[in-house]
Design a protein around this ligand. Structure first.
Ligand code: ZN
Length: 370
């Protein structure tokens, strides 16, 4: 029968002595029966658990139940018993474990287990390459929050109040903010551009920054879309910055990224925060601009020989108006900005045809880049 703590009615010296020795014997017997780690744990818990362990029960039932004149004697006895039981419990061990250890010898001359060396993810590698091209041009890296306010993500970037990007169809808003004024509503940033405003609020011109980051859009995942992707933007503001500076900078960056033989080509476009705006095309670095791979059509450039790599333009004076007080008077300064999708460039660069492969964590896919 497992030992249980019984109430004491007799607090004479002999009765206390007997109760204590019964308890001690039970504990010692149980310790001898321990055969496994699980049993050892159960044994320790049964005796020592702060909540309802046997020692706690003894404390509660024997000490607190003692009549006034017997309290002191009972206290001494119980303390003695506790010390002995603690000793038993602490020295208890899994029977036979000592012998098992002796037989488990290790051959130290065997070769060790070699851990495979990891490799940089293709998206992160592309990210780092792009950032480093601009760092060498003197740009510094700026970062900002992924959860943004409508103000930084849209308003300060010259998006009109009814712009479709502000619709929940396109942007992931944080729930339950209907009460807030629109400009304070939180959302997952849809581009890294809010960091341009945040940086201009903190730093006076001239600035040259490169902004890598994670962005989100309410796009169902498919071969070319992902609700989460990576962007890198750049911003240069100074006196007398012209579209020529933008062209020269990006032409240099594309040659550094894709090889010195690529040509660049700008086509007019529209973005709310730049005016004029352009899309930058580079000669297809897969077919070299011919549109063909041997006798087959080149798919990545759709046989045109050109691939669109980024959007860019001169910063719209309306954007500078939001940070005018910090030295960005659009009459005195000018600047250019550009932004590109890192994942898309990684797809093109490594000839991958499904963006989902980047985020599925399949080692067989990732190993190819090791
Ligand atoms: Zn091509």
């Amino acid at each position: 029968m497992a030992y249980t703590v019984s109430k004491l009615t007799d607090y004479s010296a002999q009765a206390l002595e007997k109760a204590a020795s019964d308890c001690l014997r039970a504990c010692s017997d149980e310790a001898a029966q321990v055969r496994t780690e699980a049993q050892l744990k159960a044994f320790r818990d049964r005796w020592m658990a702060r909540k309802n362990g046997i020692l706690t029960q003894i404390n509660d039932q024997w000490l607190k139940g003692a009549p006034k004149d017997a309290k002191r004697e009972a206290g001494i006895r119980v303390n003695e018993l506790k010390t002995k039981i603690q000793g038993l419990v602490e020295s208890a061990h899994v029977a036979g474990s000592g012998e098992a250890l002796a037989s488990e010898t290790v051959d130290i001359t065997l070769p060790g287990v070699r851990r495979p060396i990891g490799a940089e993810h293709p998206v992160m590698r592309t990210w780092r390459e792009i950032v480093s091209v601009f760092q060498k041009l003197g740009y510094s890296v700026a970062e900002g929050p992924v959860v943004e306010t409508d103000y930084y993500n849209f308003e300060a970037l010259n998006f009109p109040p009814n712009h479709p990007a502000r619709d929940t169809q396109d942007t992931l808003f944080i729930a339950g903010q209907q009460e807030k004024p629109q400009r304070e509503r939180l959302l997952l940033r849809t581009h890294t551009s809010p960091v341009q405003i945040r940086t201009m609020e903190k730093m006076r011109p001239p600035i040259r920054i490169i902004i890598p980051g994670t962005v989100h859009r309410n796009d169902p995942p498919d071969a070319s879309h992902s609700p989460m992707f990576h962007q890198i933007e750049g911003l240069a503001v100074d006196t007398n910055i012209t579209f020529g500076d933008l062209k020269g900078t990006l032409d240099h960056a594309m040659k550094a990224l894709f090889g010195s033989s690529v040509k660049t080509h700008f086509r007019p476009s529209f973005f709310p925060f730049t005016e004029p705006s352009a899309e930058l095309y580079v000669t297809c670095f897969i077919c070299g601009g011919s549109g063909k791979r041997g006798s087959d059509p080149c798919r990545p450039c759709k046989q045109t020989g050109w691939i669109e790599v980024l959007g860019c333009g001169m910063v719209d004076p309306n954007v500078f108006e939001f940070v005018k007080d910090n030295g960005y008077d659009p009459k005195k300064i000018s600047g250019f900005a550009f932004g590109m999708g890192v994942d898309r460039l990684a797809l093109l660069k490594y000839g991958v045809d499904d963006i989902q492969l980047f985020f599925q964590g399949d080692v067989r896919f990732l190993q190819q880049f090791g």
